[in-house]
Design a protein around this ligand. Structure first.
Ligand code: 6PG
Length: 475
């Protein structure tokens, strides 16, 4: 069989098919493999007229039909399915072929797979793909990492299909080894933080401010045309006007019928775990993971609610004043979430020798992905001044922006705390900021305590060296 296809996909569910159709629309001939014949048929029937799209249930047929070096992507669930696909592919591949894992795989698994396949001459790429089904079809943000030499073969295809922001494609080489999956993991950690922060803003406006779903729709829609413009704010505005057609004849809002237990697939947790291993402080991401976890304990929350009977107070501000304050508070907290995620990337890049290009990370997050927002444009300026800045809070222009918003966060937090509305992520964002800006933390006391009970030693501010004191109980 003649090798005519530019790109092959293993797993042609919605995401895999949409990515292939997107490639085909950009002039590439593509082939998708799946165990199910109906998926192969569906892929072909969804192709735009004049494009070359083939679906097959015969893996050998697909491999033989691909131009060399073969470019094959898999979109299968993380974990064992990825290893199973590799085992199936391996006997059929040749040196120089490229295999991409486009799922949300754990980066340490990706590194193991790279190490396993490298001696066999197979280039394995871990690539984060963000943007959901619509993104895959019309422009995702993609975070590929792996062998730099091999990236040249992928670049033209990925650049063509990626979302565009500011005239640039939202795809770039993210660095060595498992850097692509690492960057996607951190993207998701930031996603968790932003979603938690938005949910707290919702709670403040709804329970503290007495806003209806209709009010919330207009508030979020207006925010989305200002400084908070972002994918997550945009979809939130839509959520508040979506009626519950499945029940109650569409007379109530769907959001009110959804159980308040959050699911998660692990990427947020991995971000926190890895940050603690390095270690890097990312408390707003940690808190977002913790709040999803807490949400699952519904029975205990119901019991505790009966026991403590928290009386939610109304916040005594006009809707306009409250909305303006929460808008500024959210912008501040979003920046904290980005700052924490980017500081983790800066540290990981160095510690794992991944060479993650932070300016490019910011560029490719500006379009197509879940955490895209107008706020990210500010980081261009920051990293143009210093591409390896360890924390964006150290930039002067960021300082100006944050100082303007700082009072709003303090006010929103004190109002929310007074009203008994839980604001753990917002609190963690301000706590992070306050600690990061403190040239003197109370940690001297912790060092004294450690030395007191465990002879763990301490350093002094006035001379070099490591010290221990024989501390005494006076009674
Ligand atoms: C994206 C999303 C996507 C997925 C999350 C959901 O960038 O398109 O991050 O990858 O929606 O992984 O994660 P949870 O199920 O853990 O919320």
């Amino acid at each position: 069989m003649e090798a005519t296809f530019d790109f092959g996909m293993i797993g042609i569910g919605v995401m895999g098919s949409n990515l292939l159709l997107n490639m085909a629309d950009h002039g590439f001939s593509v082939i998708g493999y799946d165990l199910k014949q109906e998926r192969a048929d569906k892929l072909e029937s969804a192709a735009s007229p004049g494009t070359v799209v083939k679906g097959t249930t015969d893996i050998q047929f697909m491999i033989q039909g691909l131009k060399k070096p073969r470019k094959i992507m898999m979109l299968v669930p993380a974990g064992k399915p990825v290893d199973d696909v590799i085992a199936t592919l391996l006997p059929l591949l040749e040196e120089g072929d490229i295999v991409i894992d486009g799922g949300n795989s754990y980066y340490k698994d990706t590194q193991k797979r790279i190490d396993y396949l490298q001696p066999k001459g197979i280039h394995f790429f871990g690539m984060g793909v963000s943007g959901g089904e619509a993104g895959a079809r019309f422009g995702p943000s993609m975070m590929p990492g792996g062998d730099k030499e091999a990236y040249q073969y992928l670049q033209p295809i990925l650049q063509a299909i990626a979302a565009k922001a500011d005239g640039k494609s939202c795809v770039a080489y993210m660095g060595n080894g498992a850097a692509g999956h690492y960057v996607k993991m951190v993207h998701n950690g930031i996603e968790y933080a932003m979603m938690q922060l938005i949910s707290e803003a919702y709670d403040i406006l709804k329970r503290g401010g007495g806003f209806t779903n209709n009010d919330l729709h207009y508030v979020f829609a207006r925010w989305n045309s200002g400084g908070l413009q972002s994918f997550l704010i945009q979809i939130t505005a839509e959520i508040f006007r979506t009626l519950d057609t499945g029940n109650n004849q569409g007379k109530s809002y769907l959001v009110d019928a959804i159980l308040d237990k959050a699911g998660s697939k692990g990427t947020g947790k991995w971000t926190s775990q890895d940050a603690m291993d390095l270690p890097v402080s990312i408390p707003t991401i940690d808190m977002a993971v913790a709040m999803r976890d807490l949400s699952v304990y519904k029975d205990q929350r119901v019991k505790a609610g009966k026991l403590y009977q928290p009386q939610i107070q109304k916040i005594d501000l006009s809707p306009e004043q409250l909305t303006a304050l929460v808008e500024d508070a959210l912008a501040f907290c979003f920046v904290m979430a980005y700052a924490q995620g980017l500081s983790l990337l800066a540290k990981a890049s160095e510690a794992y020798n991944m060479q993650i290009p932070l300016p490019d990370v910011v560029t490719i997050w500006k379009g197509g992905c879940i955490i895209r927002s107008a706020l990210l444009y500010q980081f261009d300026r920051v990293f143009a001044a210093d591409a390896t800045l360890p924390n964006v809070l150290l930039d002067e222009s960021m300082a100006g922006f944050l100082k303007e918003k700082e009072n709003a966060v303090r006010q929103v937090l004190s109002l929310a705390i007074g009203a008994k509305i839980p604001v753990a992520a917002m609190g963690s964002a301000l706590g992070y900021f306050d600690a990061f800006c403190s040239d003197r933390l109370p940690t001297n006391l912790i060092q004294a305590q450690r030395d007191f009970f465990g002879a763990h030693t301490y350093q002094r501010i006035d001379k070099e060296g490591v010290f221990h004191t024989e501390w005494h109980m006076t009674e």
